[in-house]
Unconditional design. Structure first.
Length: 160
């Protein structure tokens, strides 16, 4: 993963800037609970993970997502979100999948809206990132009732 994580554009709005050093990247990697490598056209192109899993509520978050710029707009992220949500809803019985992103991250917000996931609001000064900078977080979610429509939309988009 470190080998493809060197482009600083990947880390601009992430919690840490993992491209700055191998040590920062390693610290970020060790903070990930259940991470998955993104492969697209047999190429390693990024990472995403399940996090903030609340088994008792049957809720989880998909996040810690980054994709190398050469894979932006290719559908790699769309396919990864589809696979992770399908597993969460259909195999594991989750009722809600959440997403949060930096409120200023226009690319991520457009991608989340296009899934489609429901925009639920902005948590102001939600977290400290990148050495103490305050971040507002935009929250989105897909619930089990939404999943059939979201699934059909994604399957068309990724041509399944």
């Amino acid at each position: 993963m470190w080998a493809i994580a060197q482009d600083e554009r990947v880390w601009t709005l992430m919690k840490v800037r993992g491209s700055e050093s191998r040590e920062l990247f390693r610290a970020w990697w060790e903070s990930v609970d259940l991470g998955f490598a993104h492969y697209f056209d047999e190429r390693l192109v990024g990472h995403t993970s399940y996090l903030n899993v609340r088994e008792d509520d049957r809720v989880l978050e998909i996040g810690n997502t980054w994709v190398v710029p050469s894979a932006w707009g290719t559908g790699a992220n769309t396919e990864a979100k589809y696979l992770l949500m399908r597993h969460a809803f259909e195999d594991e019985g989750f009722l809600r999948v959440e997403f949060k992103t930096d409120a200023t991250n226009a690319r991520a917000r457009a991608a989340l809206a296009a899934l489609p996931s429901e925009f639920e609001g902005v948590f102001r000064k939600h977290m400290l990132v990148r050495g103490g900078e305050r971040r507002d977080s935009a929250w989105y979610a897909v619930i089990d009732d939404d999943w059939p429509v979201v699934k059909a939309t994604l399957e068309v988009r990724i041509s399944i």
